[in-house]
Design a protein around this ligand. Structure first.
Ligand code: GLU
Length: 476
């Protein structure tokens, strides 16, 4: 956790924002208007559980309504507080602007340790929290659309969607009131993996640019790179899994609450993930060497460090010891403003959170569009696409039956080419495109401006520029 001499999470986000706006020429007052959080609603509500009334505290913070609906997850954790929710809401504003998801920024939180409750209790609590937010229009398909965050997932989103539908029985767009729902409750294929997948696409795009790879003192491709991941939750697991299974990266370190695991030859991500599911932590997992003080592994030799858990884990106490030349912020705010400064001076390249973990909200955007259009992606065109491909295959087969030409089709080509894209493929393609374009917009600023020396400031410049443009268009 961040040390007392460091600013709070929200102040840290504001400091990073200020560093960027200092390089911009915004009209007077606009800078403050963009930075401040528009509103934060605190709800305290009671739920009867185990024979007594239990009081819970929850928040929904709206950072910017320059576009509506506003978007952002709901976190379930005992550490949730107003400062944190506001910092996270601000990051949502910048994140959505950067990846061109047409939303303002919002975030919610419920002070609860979900592991202390049974499923039916969590349902009662979630429905009651949702009720409090829905009746104030803090959940609404056209105004404010939550999603999962740390401690919440598909199950909670399904309860929220159902609660909204019960309270708006004639709203045909009710399902669009929340994203990250299970597939059978209006969700979209690929949403669960989306944030981790986005981290993979971000790294792939980074490694496509030799100059950028060299700026991090690295060379070559992702293949063989040593990766340390902190937090094997939904985001960390998917990032680690895809990077090792599809890109040849070697996950040498995994850090969890109870300690860390290390293996020079690369850990079997699946084995560690299954072990954590069964045992609640990495202790005793035979996949690697157990390191009781897990956080020490943040300082281990590696090529890529992926903090995928909490904010503030890389702070003034450990920044100087970090050896990774490249950090990709899969979590929100894992590097404090002070640590950011130390790391920049050491020459470490940081791929910032607002870009690196934007895969989740990007696919949430696709889900919201799917809900509003009431049709699954690919339903209209898939077979038509296959039909058109069939014409080409027929022609190629006719030509390859001509002995004189001596042509043959490569094995598997026909099947691969014929198949029209399903929803998952379309979602992945839309996500990949989004991550590539957003990276290019950041790197353009990074490399073209003398006064921009890091990707975080570049990301803020692009994002704030977009938010400012929408304010200007509104005449504010
Ligand atoms: N909670 C995720 C985030 O921090 C997802 C937000 C969303 O999908 O709206 O980006």
């Amino acid at each position: 956790m961040a040390q007392p001499q460091e600013p709070t999470f929200r102040q840290s986000v504001d400091l990073m924002f200020n560093r960027a706006v200092g390089l911009m020429d915004l009209s007077p007052g606009l800078e403050e208007k963009i930075r401040v959080c528009n509103s934060t609603y605190t709800v305290r509500f009671g739920v009867r559980l185990r024979g007594a009334i239990h009081t819970f505290t929850g928040y929904r913070s709206v950072h910017s309504e320059h576009m509506e609906p506003v978007k952002g997850g709901i976190r379930y954790a005992t550490s949730v507080n107003q400062d944190e929710v506001e910092a996270l809401a601000a990051l949502m504003t910048y994140k959505c602007a950067l990846v061109e998801a047409p939303f303002g920024g919002s975030k919610g939180g419920l002070c609860i340790d979900p592991r202390e409750y049974q499923e039916h209790e969590l349902e009662l609590i979630t429905r009651r929290f949702a009720y409090e937010l829905i009746k104030r229009d803090l959940i609404n398909p056209s105004q404010n659309v939550p999603a999962p965050d740390m401690g919440s997932g598909e199950r909670e989103m399904a309860w929220i969607a159902d609660q909204y539908a019960r309270m708006h029985t004639t709203d045909i767009n009710a399902r669009a009131c929340v994203t990250g729902k299970p597939l059978n409750a209006g969700g979209i294929a690929g949403r669960v993996e989306a944030t981790g997948r986005g981290v993979q696409y971000a790294l792939r795009e980074f490694f496509r640019h030799k100059e950028d790879v060299a700026a991090a003192n690295l060379e070559g491709k992702l293949d063989g790179k040593r990766v340390v991941v902190q937090g094997l939750g939904n985001v960390g697991y998917h990032a680690a899994h895809f990077l090792s299974a599809e890109d040849g990266a070697k996950v040498t370190g995994i850090i969890e609450r109870d300690g860390g695991l290390w293996n020079d030859d690369g850990l079997d991500v699946e084995e560690v993930f299954q072990w954590i599911r069964a045992n609640g932590g990495v202790t005793g997992c035979p996949a690697g060497r157990f390191v009781p003080e897990g956080a020490k592994l943040l300082e281990a030799e590696c090529d890529i460090l992926i903090p995928a858990a909490m904010e503030g884990v890389i702070n003034l106490t450990n920044a100087a010891n970090i050896k990774a030349p490249l950090i990709i912020e899969a979590a929100n705010g894992p590097v404090t403003a002070g640590a950011d400064e130390v790391l920049r001076q050491k020459g470490c390249v940081i791929i910032p959170d607002m870009y690196a973990n934007a895969g989740g909200v990007t696919v949430s955007y696709f889900e919201w569009v799917k809900n509003l259009s009431h049709i699954r992606f690919g339903r209209m065109q898939r077979r038509q696409e296959e039909g058109r491909h069939q014409i080409l295959i027929d022609e190629l087969e006719r030509l390859s039956s001509d002995k004189e030409l001596g042509w043959t089709l490569s094995p598997g080509f026909k099947e691969k080419y014929l198949r029209g894209a399903d929803e998952l493929e379309l979602v992945r393609s839309g996500l990949d495109d989004t991550m590539r374009i957003a990276y290019q917009s950041m790197r353009e600023v990074w490399h073209s401006r003398q006064d921009v020396t890091d990707l975080r400031v570049a990301a803020y410049l692009v994002a704030i520029g977009k938010v400012a443009a929408s304010y200007r268009a509104k005449g504010i």
